[in-house]
Design a protein around this ligand. Structure first.
Ligand SMILES: [Fe+2]
Ligand SMILES: [Fe+2]
Length: 484
């Protein structure tokens, strides 16, 4: 890969830090400078509640060199330098898939795909502020300063991801793009009149276990979408998404390590008290930790809601975006086929004669189904690591990923009742057992009862272990947020 002749220095004196030569494009700069105060107003209204006057130990992207792209420092969130950063351009890059495969990538929007491309960017962009809105109350119940810092880090970076998508809209889509950029700040997560576009982004993130599950499972959908868009034949979208993925990895780390620390605390508490039965919920909850069956139900909820984000397994929209060369597959470049798929099939699980059966479908039609399968494989990695830790602590309990047909609102499983194990059951049976599948009101009330702020430097709430190491080689008792 050649990265010659590419602008990688970031102009940090500009009001909007960037490596896209913003100063040379007066019209674009003006449009973004108009959007900037609206963004800050949105952050004030819908961003983290409280704490905007506190100094937080945040990572800021200052370049795109993989070896040193970020600096860490205490900053107030509204002063965060939200910038526009593209990954280094690859000279001579060609469209990697679809009917234009092998042609030079587009530097401008191809007229015939204008509305499809705009829609893809809007849908991706809309998720970014949505998660900030969903998480806005969590600072008030942070289990430690370390966790609070991680929450705010994720929040400011989702804000930057919105900037990344707004840059594309404003630079490449003229008046429509500016209109879409405005609407990004007008939709609100969970709002009845103008909700966020996708379902999971209108759910609440009411507690910290939800936050960790969200960052593990739902941010991972973000990763899969960004990976697919990073393949795009529209080069500016590809470069934007490639850099966003650098930041996204930390979000999933926050989720995986967060759930790990919750599970570890529970297992250790059980061992200290001599409790061997993970279903002895009353005794376990008495110790102020979260029982493993509740963690499983939370997992079932977050993972199944995230499955819906992939859309219908068989989708003409996804097929068109693939054929057009706008949105590829996960790790497209590593797949050993012709990347056009006219003669290929892909097995898609379907409901046939009352059974769930894999049916070979046209591979282009099955793009979403394949991405969902890739997601499930990826998500199971962390579940396996959680199980290893549970086993190491000697507790007999295994977390499992729910079947992909479980609890679906979108796609071909939305009309059928399937248990987390993948058995089709009558609706009445499903409803009679729902309290063992999904978090109950009493589970949520219990979790909620644990959500008390723990703001002392180096202290952690009863229900979660401290991390093994801090952020940026700082100790775990570092003052990650200066509250005084
Ligand atoms: Fe994001
Ligand atoms: Fe994220």
């Amino acid at each position: 890969m050649s990265t010659e002749n590419v602008r990688v220095e970031v102009d940090y004196n500009a009001s909007i830090p960037n490596n896209v030569a913003l100063a040379e494009d007066r019209r674009l700069l003006k449009a973004l400078e108009e959007w900037h105060p609206q963004y800050l107003a949105w952050w004030g209204d819908m961003g983290p509640e409280g704490f905007n006057d506190k100094e937080v130990y945040l990572r800021t992207a200052v370049g795109v060199d993989p070896k040193g792209w970020a600096v860490f420092d205490h900053v107030k969130m509204p002063d965060y330098r939200w910038g526009i950063l593209l990954a280094p351009k690859v000279e001579g890059r060609t469209i990697p898939f679809g009917k234009h495969k092998g042609e030079p990538v587009w530097q401008e929007v191809p007229a015939e795909y204008r509305s499809m491309l705009r829609r893809l960017i809007v849908i991706q962009g809309d998720t970014e502020p949505a998660s900030v809105e969903q998480q806005r109350h969590l600072g008030a119940t942070a289990p430690s300063l370390y966790d609070m810092r991680n929450l705010f880090q994720v929040n400011v970076e989702e804000g930057r991801h919105l900037w990344a998508m707004v840059y594309l809209l404003v630079k490449y889509f003229g008046k429509d793009g500016r209109e879409e950029a405005k609407m990004m700040l007008q939709r609100r997560s969970g709002n009845e009149d103008s909700p966020r576009i996708l379902g999971a982004f209108n759910e609440e993130t009411p507690d910290w276990l939800s936050f960790f599950m969200f960052t593990y499972f739902t941010d991972r959908d973000g990763k899969m979408q960004l990976e697919s868009l990073a393949q795009s034949g529209f080069d500016p979208l590809s470069l934007s998404c490639r850099f966003m993925l650098t930041e996204e990895a930390h979000h999933m780390f926050v989720g995986e390590s967060g759930v790990m620390r919750v599970l570890e605390r529970t297992c250790e508490a059980m061992n200290e008290a001599g409790i061997t039965d993970p279903y002895d919920v009353e005794a376990i909850r008495k110790m102020g930790v979260i029982d493993l069956p509740t963690v499983q139900r939370k997992l079932n909820f977050h993972m199944s809601v995230t499955h819906d984000l992939f859309g219908s397994e068989l989708s003409t929209n996804a097929a068109s975006a693939f054929e057009a060369g706008l949105k590829g597959r996960f790790k497209e470049e590593k797949i050993d086929d012709d990347h056009q798929l006219y003669d290929d099939t892909y097995p898609v699980t379907q409901l046939l004669d009352g059974q769930l059966i894999d049916v070979e479908e046209n591979a282009i039609a099955a793009i979403n189904g394949r991405l969902l399968d890739d997601y499930i494989k990826d998500a199971k990695g962390g579940i396996g690591r959680w199980n290893k830790m549970i086993a190491k602590l000697g507790i007999q309990f295994e977390l499992t990923a729910p079947h992909k047909a479980f609890n679906r609102d979108i796609g071909q499983f939305s009309d059928v009742c399937v248990t987390p194990q993948g058995d089709i059951v009558e609706q009445a049976t499903f409803e009679a057992n729902i309290s063992s599948y999904l978090p109950t009101e009493s589970d949520l009330n219990y979790i909620n009862s644990l959500m008390k702020p723990c703001y002392e430097k180096g202290q952690y709430a009863t229900w979660i272990n401290p991390p093994k190491v801090g952020i940026n080689q700082r100790p775990v008792d570092f003052e990650y947020v200066k509250l005084a």
